[in-house]
Design a protein around this ligand. Structure first.
Ligand code: NIG
Ligand code: FE
Length: 411
């Protein structure tokens, strides 16, 4: 099966040679080819270049006159698998309660855990697949999904099995993360050690034995998991081959970034509150900082200080954090726009952060995140637009004409 896309107004994120990630000043450069072609064979990018070098071809042709083509978004941080919603908490926040106050009275993550417990695995799959299908049509071609609304052996495994079923049923790269350490269940509120022992002695070995996750996550935050508790859990995960990707510095900087680096985390995510020491600690490491601007938007909390981080030479990835409490949106187009509007990333920086660096943050930069021969043919074809600046500029418009995943047009 072959497909040729011709007359592409501008082909974005073209990388002739493999790059893992881009950092600091490199992020301002988005390599492109104007008036380009792209040839797909089966599920893979076979060739691309200037139209004048376009090969003779008599198979399926898509004429992309006036349109941009770019690699699909790589969303490296989501909680797409959940049951029900938290609309009432949203209204409670409008009426003056904070996210923290809602959590302290038994809402928040524990509210989602209760709903998940009461919902069958089949029903959770149905609800989650609707969200996955929605984000596919919004241009996401690779996604990481976390557990963390189970908070018991049985329910954490239930979530991870739903993720496994999504992996098996969709033409998307899906990475699974075990987030048993998302919150302390009510019965362990006064017995943190008891819950952490359960995570370490029962959950992690089962998750690893059944190969249900690649990554391990902890919500390292005041009122959730301390740095010492985080380290204990990451150590246990590491012994079972689970690579850390952790929630840190969302509300408080308590040293979680340093813990992530110590355990060689693939990514440290949120980072709304950053000290100069946190930025310093990330320099010259393999750990990708990940910002989640839709979460800042929805909760009205600070945005990750991206400019300071890029000026310090760090890389940055962007992800949605799609979840029922802090970010009920999986729209990477909105994330890219919000990063430009609120975090002062340039469009070039934001697109790099949402493609190649997002791929790195889920261990996929060999196969996803750029237009490179041999990578997956996961592509966004835009509507006719004046330039790619239109993508973040027209922030409320859907500018996607079609989406190609594994070489097939899916919408
Ligand atoms: O990434 N911060 C921790 N976890 C999620 C939100 C969890 C929830 O409110 O359901 C997040 O924002
Ligand atoms: Fe999250």
């Amino acid at each position: 099966m072959q497909m040729l896309i011709t007359n592409i107004k501008e082909l974005l994120q073209v990388r002739e040679n493999h790059v893992d990630k881009v950092s600091g000043a490199e992020m301002a450069v988005l390599p492109t080819i104007k008036n380009a072609f792209l040839l797909i064979k089966n599920d893979t990018i076979r060739a691309f270049g200037k139209m004048e070098d376009c090969p003779q071809y008599d198979g399926e042709i898509i004429d992309a006159t006036g349109k941009m083509v770019l690699p699909s978004w790589c969303d490296s941080h989501t909680h797409i698998v959940y049951a029900g919603n938290r609309e009432q908490e949203f209204v409670d926040r409008i009426n003056g309660l904070t996210y923290e106050e809602i959590a302290n009275r038994g809402g928040g993550i524990l509210n989602s855990a209760k709903k998940l417990h009461e919902t069958s695995e089949e029903e959770i799959f149905e609800q989650s697949k609707a969200r996955l299908e929605e984000v596919m049509l919004l241009g996401t071609g690779a996604v990481e999904i976390k557990s963390g609304y189970g908070l018991s052996v049985e329910d954490e495994l239930k979530m991870l099995r739903v993720i496994r079923k999504l992996k098996a049923n969709y033409p998307m790269a899906i990475k699974a993360t075990f987030l048993g350490a998302h919150a302390f269940p009510t019965e362990f509120k006064q017995n943190h050690k008891g819950y952490i022992d359960l995570i370490i002695d029962e959950m992690i070995p089962l998750v690893a034995r059944e190969n249900l996750a690649e990554y391990i996550d902890v919500f390292c935050e005041t009122g959730y998991f301390s740095v010492a508790e985080t380290e204990r859990i990451l150590e246990a995960g590491k012994q079972h081959g689970l690579i850390p990707k952790i929630h840190v510095n969302q509300f408080n900087a308590i040293g979680g970034i340093q813990a992530g680096i110590k355990y060689n985390a693939l990514s440290v995510d949120h980072l709304e509150v950053m000290n100069p020491e946190d930025i310093e600690a990330l320099k010259n490491t393999d750990t990708m900082p990940v910002a989640l601007p839709s979460c800042s938007y929805f909760l009205s909390i600070p945005y990750t200080p991206a400019r300071d981080m890029l000026n310090a030479g760090l890389p940055l990835a962007l992800a949605t954090d799609f979840n029922p409490g802090s970010t009920p949106s999986g729209n990477m187009n909105f994330v890219v726009a919000t990063a430009c509007i609120k975090m002062r990333l340039t469009p070039e920086e934001a697109i790099n952060a949402a493609t190649i660096n997002g791929a790195y943050a889920m261990g996929l930069s060999q196969t996803h995140g750029s237009i490179t021969v041999g990578k997956k043919a996961n592509l966004i074809v835009t509507k006719q637009i004046p330039s790619f600046y239109q993508l973040p500029y027209a922030f409320g418009s859907n500018l996607i004409d079609s989406v190609i995943l594994d070489g097939q047009i899916i919408g």
